[in-house]
Each structure stands twice: as C-alpha cells, then as structure tokens.
Design a protein around this ligand. Structure first.
Ligand code: IVH
Length: 698
C-alpha cells in the first residue's frame, strides 16, 4: 500500500505543479479528483504513512518571483462602517422602508479582522485565489492559499446543483495562539516580532516562497457565495451550502427580524469578543434575502444592503504587574490582571479581567509584560494583547494556579467543555463570602448594611457561615457590637433590613440562592411556570428542559443543586425563617409599571448605550419599538436626533429628553424596587457570572 500512496503523491504533485505554476491541465479534472480522493482515503486508512509533504497536506512548489494581477469576476467591495447604534437603526429603517410590505430578515455575523480573499473553484477544484487588491483586480496568491489547511483544494459533492464555476469569499485570519507562538519563536531567534495577527496574516499571504507560508498557520472563515447562472436564495442558505462544500463558516451567525435583536447581539459580542481565539473588529449586518439585496443594489463602492458595526475602543499600554485570582460564588477561579495604573476613557484602570487560563495562554500574557488595555463604551476594561517588542527574553511563561487562592487552598477541578477552573470545597471561605454577597445584593434580597465589607468581617469572625446564618445574626448582637464602626443604630438597621428581606418575592429568593445559570430572567421564568420550590425540586431533567427558555445546561445545574443534601437543608432552614418560596400574584404586576407603554429612541443617548436602555425599559414591562407610529407612548430623544423627532412633534406625541427619560425610569423603579441602571449595565457586561466589574475601578 505504501507504494501506491507514494505513486499517487508523486503524480498529484506533478499535476499540481503544472496546474498552479504553468497553468496547464495535464489530466482531466475528473481524473485528478479521482486520484486525489483515492490518496485521501488511503492516507486516512493508513495513518502510519503520514507525510507532511503529501499534496493532500500541502503543495510542494517552486518559488515565484512576482504575483500576477488578475481581474475579479465580481468586484470586491467594502462595507460602510459605523460606530453608532443610531446608524444601525437608520440602516434597518432604510431597508424596511425599501420593502414596506415585506418582512426583512437580517443576517448578522462576526466581522473578522483579517484579509479578504476570493477563491474560485472550477469543477469543484480550487482554480485560483486572489487578494482584494483595488477591488477590481487582485494578486494571484493561489500557491500560498494552497498551504491553508482550512481551505479545501477539492470541494465536497453536495445535493445542491451548482454551476461549474463558483466563487467563495471570506477572511484569512491568524488565531491569537498561533500569533503568540510565532512571536515566541522570533524572540528565541533574536528576530523582530510582529505587531498583530492581521499584519502577520497579510504579510504571510504575500510571501513569495509558499513553503515558508506553510510554517505559519493561517485560518479562513467564508462569508460569501457568488456564481452566475443560478439563483441564490438567502445568506443563511448560502452559509449552509458553503459549509457542506467543506469550507469553514463561523457558527456565530444570527437571523434577526428586529432592531432590538440586532442590538442584543451587538451588546453581547461587545463583551464576549475578546474571549474568541481570534480578533473581530465588529459585526456585519446584511439583508438576508438575495433578491432583496439585488433590488437594493450598490452605491459607489458599497452595498446598500449591508453595514459593518465596529466596536470603538480606546487603547493604552501599561505594565502587567501581577496576575491574581478571584473566586466567584460558584467556585470559579478567575484570573485578574493587576496593572500599573493607566488613564483610559477618563478613568484610571488598575485591574482587568483575564477571563480564564485559555485566554492567558492564547495571548501568552506574562507577568512583567507591556500590555495593551482597551475600554469601549462599556464598563469593563480588557487586555487585548502583548507588546512583544518589549518582552524580556527571560520572562517565564505564566502558569495557572492549581490551588484555590483561599485559606483552605483546595485543589481546583475542571469540568468538561468549560474553560474555567473551579474550587469545589464546600467550606471555601471565598465562595461563601461571594454567595452571601450575592444573596444580600440589591437584585436579590436587597439587605441594607450587608455589603462586601461587613460580610467579610462577619465570615472572618465566624458570625456568618451560610445563607441561613444571616437570619440568625440577631443572636450575635453583642458580638457585632464589638466590631469597630458598628453602633446600636447600624446594628438595628442591619437587623431590620434582614427582617424586611423576608418579604421579598420568591423570584428574588430563587435568584439569591445563586444556582448556576439561574440569573434573574431564568428565576422569573421558573417562578411563573412552576409556582413553588417543592414542585421545582421534584422536576426531572426531561420536565425541566420542556419549559420555555430552559436549556439542558440550566436544567442540569438545577438538578445538580437540589441533589446536594446541604442545599436541601438550607432551603428547609430558610423556609423556617419565613422566606417566600411560593409565587404570589403581585409579583406579576410588580415588574409591569410600564406595561403597555411603547418607547422609540432617536439620537445618541449620553448616559447609556441603547441596548442597556432597551433592557431597562423591558425590565419595567415596557416595549421598545423600531419605527414611529401615532400610538407610540414616548419618543426618547438623545443628541443629534433624526427625523423621528419632527414627526413626533407633528403628531403631538409625548417626547422625553434624556434626563426626563431617566427620571421616568427612576420613578418606575422606585415604584417597584427594580434594579438600578448601573446594575443593568453591569449585568449585561458581566464577562462571566462571577466576575465583579465594579471592583476593577477605584
Ligand atoms: S461581507 C460587499 N462579511 O470587511 C462586501 N465582510 O469592509 C461584502 N469582513 O473587505 C463583505 N468579516 O474583508 C463581509 N462577515 C464578514 C466579514 C467581512 C470581515 C471584511 C472583508 C471586507 C471588509 C468590509
């Protein structure tokens, strides 16, 4: 078998050389395809004959002296960029106005920060690959592209009947870990380091020696399918076709029908984006239907049917002084960057989240490094990369702790499919403190005078040990009075606050228990659907996942929580103290102060981003809509309002300027003790459920 494999490798290599360098086909595509598939099959069956130089792995080529410039079959255009939600809103409005009687769907995907590439396939075989160039013609970099493992030389056979010639476009990127690896190598060789993955990817594609390209791992994500002679239906369907053909399509894409859904995606990726193993610089929002796209057409270099929303962020460079750890209430141990204080967007940044071990490894952060810190519109500052040029060659790689940073120092564990390390010791004081803080926090039991500092003190003195011990604090009046700063009045306030918290509805209690993945929304949902804790405890996994919005992850976590004897004991105790474990009708009305009211935004809000404002309105029962109507309850006006303001004035609608809007929210909140705006923004921005963004600023 070894001989046949060798024979096939030699044949195919020769055909490749003729095809890609001399542009001659010496065998038919059919025959080539046949031989190639045979080789692929044999190599899978006999892995012992693996060879990195096999033409299925790469193409051994000669050097070329320059790239040919080749015209594009379809011009390669760019996208209009925006940094404001207002313009995204205007884009959606524009699309909707173009098709007043049609439902428009928007296909939202990541905007990869790389180099665009066009791939032409002829009879399923990669025939040519061009850079964007000036959009009209690009460089033929086929030999280099053949070294990119993500890009198939031969497409899969699929059911869809496609023309002989098709073009796929996408972005070549370099993963953060590959970039760090290459820079590590450069430092070891005493050579210059590269500035960022994008530049390195771009430089690599333009190397004249394609064998050198194979030393630098590149990846590819496809986003467009182009062809003549066949009608395409939608981007969602195209993505499926591209994937079936064997090209990588990033799975983070969404079909949206409203601006609110788009805002939600923008807000959630603003937070999550730096956890991706590669860089994105925003999101792309495209009209999904190809026929609607065709009708909308282009204006100069830009399509009218797409827009790129870019995340804006201010950057600063500072020193990573240390990496410390923070233990969350679920036991997750999160690494924190301790930074030399630096000013960024008018705040002094001293700490930033490092997410998890993988994030540190991917970026190769090391103590002593000079690092880039970024802060966008949101609250949490983040580290986005290392200035490798300033790294000392002696700096050791960072090793993530295997022990809990608390007094017990128990060994950390890792769960399948999770990036984080967990402390699972039931008596871990760090976890207990966090659990208590969460339970007493405003959106849960809202206990006055029981904040981070007092909890820390009470746990240290053994006055608090678990959630139920809060309700026994009154027996420790004298002990509390010994603590500095605790006079009779503040103790009274504390104990009163604890008594008052017993009135909190079941939703707050359930949220306060801190069951993993049971945030406020899920708690609310469970309480409405199930009604009381005994029933919730009796449900099986199958019954739980049948509930609306409860996925397997949440269901498993709930089952897990109630399977622990200590949690059952806790609930029995809390019941005996009179906490509410049953849904009461007034809970329903409580969150609906703005029920039935509609809101529409125009202009830029100064105090918070639109997704946060939308969440706020919704949390109070109101609804945010995307186009003006005579039935609108309130038009909310920010800086530089659009045409909606004039319309609202014409129609005599209620217009609220930002301050008035904030006042309305405050009044509504105090009517039903809902969360503050600060909390909403924090909740939205939580990098993980345990990380405390507040503590990153002082
Ligand atoms: S679609 C008509 N989708 O961004 C333009 N582009 O300025 C179609 N990019 O040159 C481009 N991720 O290199 C599209 N998901 C994505 C993208 C994406 C990155 C790049 C692309 C393009 C530039 C647009």
């Amino acid at each position: 078998m070894k001989e046949r494999i060798e024979e096939l490798r030699n044949l195919i290599s020769e055909y490749d050389r003729e095809y890609y360098i001399n542009h001659r086909s010496v065998v038919s595509d059919f025959e080539y395809d046949h031989l190639y598939k045979e080789l692929q099959k044999l190599e899978t069956e006999f892995p012992e004959f693996y060879n990195a130089n096999s033409p299925t792995q790469r193409v051994a080529t000669d050097k070329i002296t320059e790239f040919r410039n080749v015209p594009h079959d379809f011009p390669m255009l760019s996208l209009p960029n925006t940094y404001t939600l207002e313009e995204v809103d205007a884009f959606v409005d524009r699309c909707q106005k173009t098709f007043p009687d049609q439902q428009i769907k928007f296909f939202v995907e990541l905007k990869f920060d790389g180099i665009s590439l066009s791939l032409r396939y002829k009879n399923k075989r990669l025939n040519m690959s061009l850079t964007r160039g000036d959009g009209v013609s690009g460089d033929d970099i086929t030999l280099n592209v053949l070294q990119i493992k993500d890009i198939p030389k031969i497409l899969n056979n699929i059911e869809e009947d496609l023309p002989d010639e098709i073009e796929i476009r996408g972005e070549v990127i370099m993963f953060k870990h590959s970039f760090a690896e290459i820079n590590k190598r450069q430092i070891a060789l005493g050579q210059k380091t590269y500035a960022n993955p994008r530049n390195l990817a771009s430089g690599t594609l333009k190397l004249l020696d394609s064998n050198e390209v194979s030393q630098r791992p590149l990846n590819f994500f496809a986003y467009s399918l182009l062809m003549n002679g066949k009608k395409l239906f939608s981007l969602a369907k195209n993505a499926k076709i591209i994937e079936d053909l064997g090209l990588p399509v990033n799975s983070n894409h969404y079909l949206c029908s409203s601006i609110e859904e788009i805002y939600d995606i923008i807000a959630s990726w603003e937070e999550k984006r730096d956890e991706l193993p590669f860089f994105i610089d925003g999101l792309v929002i495209k009209v999904d239907s190809v026929s609607q796209q065709e009708e909308m057409g282009f204006v100069s270099r830009f399509p009218r049917w797409a827009i790129a929303y870019k995340y804006s962020a201010e950057q600063a460079e500072t020193k990573l002084l240390d990496i410390t750890y923070q233990v969350g209430r679920t036991g997750i141990v999160s690494p924190v960057a301790e930074l030399e204080p630096v000013e960024l967007s008018q705040t002094i940044v001293k700490r930033a989240t490092l997410h998890n071990e993988e994030f540190i490894r991917d970026n190769d952060f090391r103590v002593g490094d000079s690092v880039f810190v970024e802060k966008g519109g949101e609250i949490i500052p983040k580290l986005v990369g290392v200035n490798f040029e300033k790294r000392s060659p002696e700096s050791p790689e960072f090793v993530f702790t295997k022990l809990c940073p608390c007094e017990i120092k128990s060994e950390l564990v890792k769960y399948e499919d999770e990036a984080g390390w967990y402390c699972v010791h039931p008596l871990c004081p760090s976890q207990i403190r966090k659990k208590l803080e969460h339970f007493a926090s405003r959106n849960a039991m809202n206990i006055d005078n029981l904040g981070e500092r007092s909890i820390d003190e009470f746990v240290t003195r053994g006055l608090l040990s678990d959630l139920s011990s809060i309700f026994e604090l009154k027996q420790h009046r004298n002990a509390i009075a010994q603590i500095e700063g605790w006079g009779a009045k503040s103790i009274d306030n504390l104990l009163e606050g604890i008594e008052k918290s017993k009135e909190k509805p079941f939703t707050n209690v359930l949220f306060g228990l801190g069951i993993r993945y049971v945030g406020e929304t899920v708690a609310k949902q469970l309480v409405r659907e199930i009604g009381n804790i005994d029933k919730l405890m009796s449900l099986t996994l199958e019954e739980l996942v049948e509930l609306p919005q409860i996925g397997e992850k949440i269901a498993k976590s709930i089952i897990n929580y109630f399977s622990l004897e200590s949690n059952l004991e806790l609930i029995t105790k809390l019941k005996s103290f009179g906490l509410k474990f049953e849904f009461e009708q007034f809970e329903e009305n409580q969150s609906k102060v703005l029920f039935g009211k509609t809101f529409l935004f125009t202009g830029e809000l100064q105090s918070f981003a639109r997704p946060a404002a939308t969440k706020e309105v919704e949390s109070l029962g109101g609804k945010v809509i995307s186009s003006i109507s005579k039935k609108l309850s309130y038009l909310i006006v920010g800086a530089n309002p659009g045409s909606k303001l004039k319309k609202a004035q014409e129609w005599g609608l209620s217009i609220l300027y930002e301050e008035e809007f904030i006042k309305l929210l405050e009044e509504s909140r105090s009517g039903n003790e809902m969360d503050t705006n600060e909390d909403v923004i924090q909740n939205e921005n939580k990098a993980n459920e345990d990380f405390e963004p507040k503590s990153l600023f002082d």
